[in-house]
Design a protein around this ligand. Structure first.
Ligand code: AN0
Ligand code: CP
Length: 315
């Protein structure tokens, strides 16, 4: 594996899940693999899980790890080509990427969308500039369009928790106060489409994700219909793709609650976190035995460790 930018960098999702499960059982088995290699993690946006799990995975593999928060701490980056840089941006992404690349053997990058310009965001411009100018492998730690480290973790978590061979998995939109990226939803859809699970996406009208990611998944606009018989309820808010970046509703009927969970097949509750309690999910559901959000977050370490192993073994 050269880069881990999206699902297209993975030839066999199942094999990568098995690799991650191996890492979970034997976290330090490959502690020599990353010796004398430097992992650099660049965050343009906040993070708890991605930052610590990726750092930990690098340590498990014997790597030296450097982390930098760009927002507030780095120079404000210009990402457009050919501009006269006489505004508030002090450094161009071309130099920044090349400089970080000169210090690191692998770079992980988080860079959220603007949620203002759909065409620009969906080019995934910032991460692609890093690929072009850093000269070392790049791991996507959530870009404008996808969050593959999260999605690999989610498939892994479903695999270790499922009670039937082909579970019914529901991705449900949930309300939120702020406009959030579509990345987690896009990515989850794309990865679940690679499995043979029964897959249903539930969201209000106007919140359909791009077909590029949802493919042939069934999309319903009634949460009760989706929850019926579900083995996994995966909740996430995203802002509208159609009416780009807009909040069209905050309808509390879409919050994950006990009433809807009762319609499921004793379904498990999942969320990538961070989550707003009693907005996205009720206390009763997230605190119930069926909530696997902490297991899911813990698995982030082993998912990204499997990815790092693949990249390191490519030399
Ligand atoms: C981010 C998002 O929705 O993409 C990160 C989730 C992993 N969430 C927030 O900004 C709250
Ligand atoms: N799930 C996830 O990516 O969490 P952080 O934003 O805290 O990294």
């Amino acid at each position: 594996m050269k880069n881990f930018l999206n699902i297209h960098d993975v030839d066999d999702v199942n094999a990568l899940v098995i690799e991650a499960l191996f890492c979970k059982e034997n976290p330090r088995a490959d502690k020599e693999l990353g010796k004398n290699k430097t992992l650099g993690l660049i965050f343009m946006n906040p993070s708890l899980r991605t930052r610590l799990s990726t750092q930990k995975a690098g340590i498990n593999l014997g790597m030296d790890v450097m982390v930098m928060n760009f927002s507030g701490e780095g120079w404000a980056l210009e990402t457009n080509e050919g501009v006269i840089m006489n505004g508030d941006k002090a450094e161009h992404v071309k130099e920044a990427a090349a400089v970080v690349g000169s210090y690191c053997d692998i770079i992980g990058l988080r860079s959220f969308p603007t949620l203002k310009d759909r065409e620009l965001d969906y080019k995934d411009h910032v991460i692609n500039e890093f690929v072009k100018y850093a000269g070392v492998p790049i791991i996507n730690l959530e870009s404008a369009t996808v969050h593959p480290c999260q999605s690999l973790t989610d498939v892994l978590t479903i695999e270790e928790s499922k009670k039937v061979e082909r579970p019914k998995v529901v991705l449900t939109w949930a309300p939120h106060l702020r406009a959030l990226p579509q990345s987690v939803g896009n990515s989850f859809a794309e990865w679940i489409n690679k499995t043979d699970y029964e897959f249903v996406i539930a969201n209000p009208e106007g919140y359909d994700l791009s077909k590029k990611y949802t493919g042939n998944a069934k999309i319903v606009h009634d949460p009760d219909e989706a929850y019926k018989g579900a083995d996994f309820i995966y909740a996430k808010n995203w802002s509208s793709y159609e009416n780009y970046g807009k909040i069209l509703t905050q309808d509390a009927n879409w919050m994950v609650d006990e009433r809807k969970m009762k319609l499921t097949n004793n379904g498990k509750f999942m969320h990538c976190l961070p989550v707003r309690r009693n907005v996205v999910v009720s206390d009763a559901v997230i605190d119930s035995e069926n909530s696997i959000v902490i297991q899911e977050a813990a698995n982030r370490e082993f998912a990204v460790q499997a990815v790092l192993k693949r990249i390191l073994s490519n030399g």
